[in-house]
Design a protein around this ligand. Structure first.
Ligand code: UD1
Length: 427
């Protein structure tokens, strides 16, 4: 498969734009659900976690390597994964792996809770402004962990953690996941207030419950966890990737095509569908399939503000901005989740898009057509948005630095070709 972690993946995609994308594709398992669920295996001892619908992505391969480095064994075949945890795990994570991906920080809570210690170099990942770990660390410290920051690494140590009341200053997805995982093995009850409500949190809680955890309230802003002495082997399922689905929906709509996504949970995508509908898209829902196309009135400008779930996700902000760059009239896109997530605008302008930026707000004046060009992706979703622009543009577009895109899109070429795109890859 295209995304096999051990093979070198192409660095460029060349797109001959202007083809209407039409057809049906399956949605992959959610990257952002699979990563924390994989980290949850660290809460086990002499036991295993089996998962289905795991997407085969670069970030998933990085998490496999990280778990193996800690001493777990990981088998990954097709979309099935089995993580077996022995009698003892290492608690020090290697700098090279952690720097590849911010989600490496998700091993912190489980390592401290189960193994009493974690050493984590400060993680990397997409360049999206400052992405500190202070909420994660404050939560774990409230549960009794001793936290030290030295030489660019976090060291956390503890005996058995204690349940605590943790109020997050912001509903951070990663902090909610880390604290929820740690709390499953703490002594007593933990209550997370102002918790993130993303579907990926609910997926993690579902798998933790299958492992024997006592968790209530996931999907709301108050999650209550009663700690257990230990958790046990389980088999879990990864939910569909709403961000991947949204990306192909935007690609279908911008090219004037008709795309059907199979295997979707529509209720997780309401904010995205509502905004796309406002902009002129039409949807037909049949069971777990959603078909989308542009209405006869065409696309029109709208206002979008990114927010924590159930608001419009920041991970689809660059993609909707691509769509709005050719919508009739003016659009306003306000990025409120991350402080530097509009840097793709300069690359968008190379296609002829008219966008101005004021702080974290982009003002877009729709243009009639985009022109093919050479652009560079700076992060995962910006890269996906540049591909969407290239699919709509007249002439040839080359999107470079595809390594960012491989972190989150399985079988990208196969899926685009199924929909009729004229593309090729280059090393
Ligand atoms: C997760 C997703 C990412 C998505 C983001 C927001 C995964 C693997 N990644 O990232 O794709 O864009 O949610 O939906 O699931 N913050 C702090 N201190 C902290 C933690 C966060 O200030 O300790 C801030 C961040 O800088 C950011 C905001 O909180 O401004 C939201 O971040 P958070 O929800 O934690 O994102 P991630 O979990 O890193």
């Amino acid at each position: 498969m295209e995304n096999k972690g051990e093979n070198k993946l192409p660095e460029k995609i060349i797109i001959r734009g202007g083809k209407k994308l039409s057809g049906t594709i399956n949605v992959q398992g959610a990257k952002n659900a699979a990563l924390p669920v994989m980290a949850a295996a660290i809460l086990l001892k002499n036991a295993s976690l089996t998962l289905s619908n795991v997407p085969d992505l670069y970030d998933i391969r990085t998490m496999c390597d990280l778990l193996r480095n800690l001493g777990a064994s990981v088998e990954f075949e097709g979309h099935s994964m089995r993580i077996s945890v022995p009698e003892k795990l290492n608690t020090e994570t290697p700098t090279d792996l952690v720097r590849k991906m911010r989600a490496s920080s998700l091993v912190l809570g489980p390592l401290v809770a189960r193994w009493g210690h974690a050493l984590l170099p400060l993680p990397g990942g997409c360049v999206l402004g400052s992405r500190p770990l202070d909420f994660h660390l404050k939560g774990l410290s409230k549960m009794g962990a001793d936290i030290e920051l030295k030489n660019g690494a976090v060291s956390a140590s503890s005996g058995r953690l204690n349940g605590a009341s943790v109020t997050l200053d912001y509903p951070s997805v990663g902090a909610t996941e880390n604290i929820m995982m740690a709390a499953t093995l703490a002594a007593g009850t933990t209550c997370i207030e102002n918790a993130a409500k993303e579907p990926e949190i609910v997926n993690l809680a579902d798998v933790l419950r299958l492992m024997g955890a006592d968790i209530k309230g996931d999907g709301t802003e108050r999650i209550v966890i009663i700690g257990r002495e230990e958790l046990s082997s389980a088999s879990g399922y990864i939910i569909p990737d709403r961000i991947e689905a949204a990306t192909y929906m935007m690609a279908g709509v911008i090219t004037g095509g008709d795309v059907t996504l199979k295997g979707i949970e529509e209720k997780c995508m309401e904010a995205i569908l509502n905004k796309m509908r406002d902009a002129g898209a039409e949807f037909a829902v049949t069971g777990d399939s959603v078909s989308v196309r542009v209405s006869s009135n065409g696309l029109k400008g709208i206002s979008v503000k990114t927010l924590p779930f159930p608001g419009f996700p920041t991970d689809t902000q660059p993609q909707i901005m691509a769509l709005l760059s050719v919508a009739d009239g003016t659009s306003i896109v306000n990025e409120s989740v991350f402080d530097s997530r509009l840097l793709h605008i300069n690359e968008f302008k190379k296609f002829g898009a008219r966008i101005e930026m004021q702080d974290n707000v982009a003002i877009i004046t729709g243009v009639k057509k985009l022109n093919g060009t050479v652009v560079h992706s700076s992060n995962l979703r910006a890269g996906a948005a540049l591909i969407i622009m290239g699919l709509a543009a007249e002439g040839e577009t080359t999107v470079c630095d595809l390594q960012h895109v491989w972190r989150g899109y399985e079988s990208l070429g196969e899926k685009l070709r199924t929909l009729g795109a004229d593309i090729e890859f280059e090393d």
